[in-house]
Design a protein around this ligand. Structure first.
Ligand code: ADP
Ligand code: MG
Length: 740
């Protein structure tokens, strides 16, 4: 038979039936199949004799099949295959259960009387006799001691079933294909010297050792090599995104010159601020303004903890665009946040005596208001527009856009972020801001196409929020909470009461629509059953909690507001402004308040059903208090039915206020699949070999290698294998999932 290459369709290599099943599992080429990674490896371990076995232990035996009987279960449900085996001294029964006899046909075929097999599993007892239930087994053609020892020492790859094909079948198909695979057709993506430096295998060796290892070290090195390859391709793709195939800059921006002499708008703004910029704000502005002055479009991620003062950085950049005669846009993830930005930017501009046109464009504004803004924007009038995703829709024209700021970046996909920047002669500079501290490996993997500015620290005078865990089973504490709320209000403070749901109805009623929804999906925790929505139940609902608080004697005379994603923007805006002014100093809300909402008088936050929120969500929520020089408190009310992970999450949030520490803990507590997810636009299905949780060092090293390769050879003319791997990976993207 002819040799095959990676792009050969499987129809040319394996039988028709198998092709159909593999296609069902999404595998259609040789590449798909040979890059299908085993989930784990099984080791036979040391061989034992039946006479030494004890019930409950794991054992591996070399045995001969004496007889095999297929019987129907007495219940009438399903069948079982009972295989008696012997090691020459004693007997043991291996039992396999299945729904029907067809499912046991392969077992029957291999476990014929007289055949020699390795079996491995846990020893049990049935009617006084030793037995193994569903053991792993493998037939041995050569039962010489050497052959057996070799076989027993060889790890067995275990695959996730593909299109209904079980692991051993997948393994056999991969074996068939590997036999015919021409190694010279497997591109070597990792440069030789890098392979030598990090003790990696060649590409063909890595593939072969992943599927057919002789020893544990073989597949470990194989997987490490494949992870490296993946990291290198990803980092090269991310770092080369700003250049075309010839190595030229793909896009050009309007350079924004600083207006000198201290007479410019930026200076006026800085002088007009009600505070002085912190050291780290000044540094961040240094980096941003240097980027803005270039013709290379800025692509910068500004990372700073909640409340660190990012908004003013955005305003400085936007004013700089306007000062140069251009337009600037600020994209916010929610209506609430957009309105708040609009009003606080307006205040700062007024204070500085700057007459900069400022527009608000959100889905829920009236058509007349929108039309006015749209007309002035389309005319190219220099100014600032703040908006939600209503900004990134057809019919919105901002011809002179020189700067796009995206707030709370994690709420937008790359495609949304790029929408306003594409198809223009001049590419707007991009500043994305996030208050979600991102672990370093994630930042390099997901936001690898952005330069990162870390703005550490807080404006002066802030006290860290005191956080306490409160179990909702403690009636005395639950009562105390509400009198605590009353005290806070009497002192002139404001109290947020955060609930995981909107109402007591359907469990899905408060789920966010998507990344742009007003609210974030709160996923149930498996063992938790949605409660009845009353205060103290498992899943408190905002509507119900607000009702309860309004009729609570402890809170007599205190107005309680309500905000959530199913109320109209006017209702929410009214609730927020009554909260801010102190008219309704208790606000019951869902996660609509999660991002950015800024009411400095808020000093107490009560989170109900805290076990329902993710770690970064809790951190974001808590960031709504502690925004002044008064000591703030956060009470996390939780139900006692918790998984260890939930418990660790709550402990973490209660003991540290540092967002970066929390982000690292969060990463550790998540499962790998949770960390990187499918984006709305990309066909990215997650990383195959690379773990952002444990391969930080590989990712960092690969980024260094990618950078130096691109520095010498921006068009990758000398690395064709890498170039085509990068090309193939384009259009794929990873997203950092905010939820858990
Ligand atoms: P975030 O980084 O979470 O977006 P904001 O930009 O909303 O934070 O800022 C939080 C609060 O801190 C705002 O009230 C803002 O006016 C204030 N602030 C920003 N910078 C400073 C500073 N240098 N000194 C004092 N207060 C500041
Ligand atoms: Mg903000």
């Amino acid at each position: 038979m002819d040799a095959v290459g990676l792009e050969t369709p499987l129809t040319l290599c394996v039988g028709k039936a198998a092709v159909r099943r593999l296609a069902d599992g999404g595998l259609s080429t040789v590449r798909d199949l040979v890059y299908y990674s085993p989930r784990r490896y099984y080791s036979w371990g040391r061989l034992t004799n039946i006479q030494w076995l004890k019930v409950g232990e794991e054992a591996t035996l070399l045995v001969q099949v004496v007889n095999a009987n297929l019987v129907s279960n007495r219940s009438g449900q399903g069948v079982r295959l009972m295989v008696d085996v012997t090691d020459g001294t004693q007997r043991l029964t291996c039992t396999f259960f299945a729904k029907n006899r067809y499912m046991l046909a392969p077992h029957q075929r291999l476990l014929k009387p007289g055949s020699t097999v390795l079996v491995s599993g846990k020893i049990g007892e049935f009617q006084g006799k030793l037995q193994m239930v569903q053991p792993e087994f493998e037939e041995l053609e050569d039962s010489s001691p050497e052959a057996v020892a070799r076989r027993a020492g060889r790890p067995i790859p275990i695959y996730k079933a593909v299109g209904g094909l079980p692991s051993w079948k997948v393994s056999a198909l991969i074996g068939t294909v590997l036999e015919r695979l021409d190694d010279s057709q497997i591109p070597e993506v990792i440069p030789d010297e890098v392979r030598a430096r990090y003790s990696l295998m060649s590409a063909p060796a890595a593939l072969r050792n992943m599927h057919q290892p002789e020893a544990t070290v073989d597949w470990e090195t194989a997987k490490r090599t494949l992870a490296w390859e993946e990291a290198l391709v990803l980092q090269t793709a991310l770092l080369s995104g700003r250049r075309d195939a010839a190595g030229h800059l793909v896009r050009k921006a309007h350079p924004l010159a600083p207006h000198d002499g201290g007479a410019g708008s930026v200076e006026a703004l800085i002088n007009g601020l009600p505070f002085s910029l912190t050291e780290s704000q000044i540094q961040a502005w240094g980096q941003i303004s240097a980027d803005l002055a270039l013709q290379v479009p800025m692509q910068r991620l500004l990372q700073a903890d909640v409340g660190a003062g990012k908004t003013v950085m955005a305003l400085l950049a936007m004013v700089s665009a306007v000062e140069n005669g251009f337009q600037a846009a600020l994209l916010a993830p929610t209506e609430v946040l957009a309105r708040q930005h609009y009003s606080s930017l307006g205040d700062l501009l007024t204070r500085a005596g700057l007459d900069v046109p400022l527009h608000l464009l959100t889905g829920k504004r009236s058509q007349a208001e929108k039309n006015e803004a749209l007309l002035r924007l389309a005319a190219g009038e220099a100014g600032i527009v703040v908006g939600t995703h209503a900004l990134i829709q057809e019919g919105v024209e901002i011809p002179q856009l020189a700067l796009l700021v995206v707030d709370e970046q994690h709420r937008f996909g790359v495609a949304q972020r790029e929408y306003l920047r594409e198809g223009r002669e001049w590419t707007p500079h991009l500043l994305v801001m996030t208050a979600t501290p991102i672990p370093r490996t994630i930042a390099m993997t997901v936001f690898g196409d952005l330069d990162v500015t870390l703005m550490k620290g807080m404006p002066p005078g802030r006290l860290p929020v005191e956080t306490h865990l409160v179990s909702n089973t403690n009636a005395a504490w639950m009562k105390r909470i509400w009198s605590r709320a009353k005290e806070e209000v009497e002192k002139g403070g404001r109290v947020y009461v955060v609930c995981p749901r909107i109402d007591g109805g359907e469990a899905s009623s408060d789920l966010g629509r998507d990344g742009l929804g007003e609210e974030v999906t709160i996923e149930a925790e498996g063992d938790d059953v949605p409660g009845d929505g009353t205060v103290g139940s498992d899943v408190p609902a905002a509507e119900v909690v607000a009702e309860n608080l309004r009729s609570m004697p402890e809170l007599d005379g205190i107005r309680v507001g309500l905000a959530h994603g199913r109320r109209s923007p006017e209702e929410n805006a009214a609730a927020f402004s009554q909260f801010a002014s102190g008219e309704a100093p208790i606000l019951v809300a869902t996660t609509v308040i999660e991002v950015g909402v800024d009411v400095p008088e808020a000093t107490l936050m009560i989170v109900l059903g805290a076990q329902r929120f993710g770690l970064s969500q809790l951190h974001q929520l808590r960031g709504r208090v502690g925004r002044s020089t008064t000591q703030s408190v956060c009470l996390l009310v939780h139900s006692p039915t918790q998984s260890p992970v939930t418990e660790e999450r709550l402990d973490a949030i209660a003991t540290t206020t540092d967002g970066f520490t929390l982000a690292e803990i969060d990463l550790r507590l998540r499962s790998e699949g949770d960390v990187l997810g499918q984006s709305q636009s990309g066909r990215f299905s997650g990383l195959k070999f690379l773990s952002v949780r444990s391969d930080g060092a590989t990712i960092a090293a690969a980024r260094g290698v990618a950078r130096s390769i691109l520095a010498d050879d921006p068009a990758l003319l000398g690395s064709s294998a890498l170039a085509s791997a990068v090309q193939a990976s384009l259009g794929t993207e990873a997203v950092w999932l905010e939820r858990n």
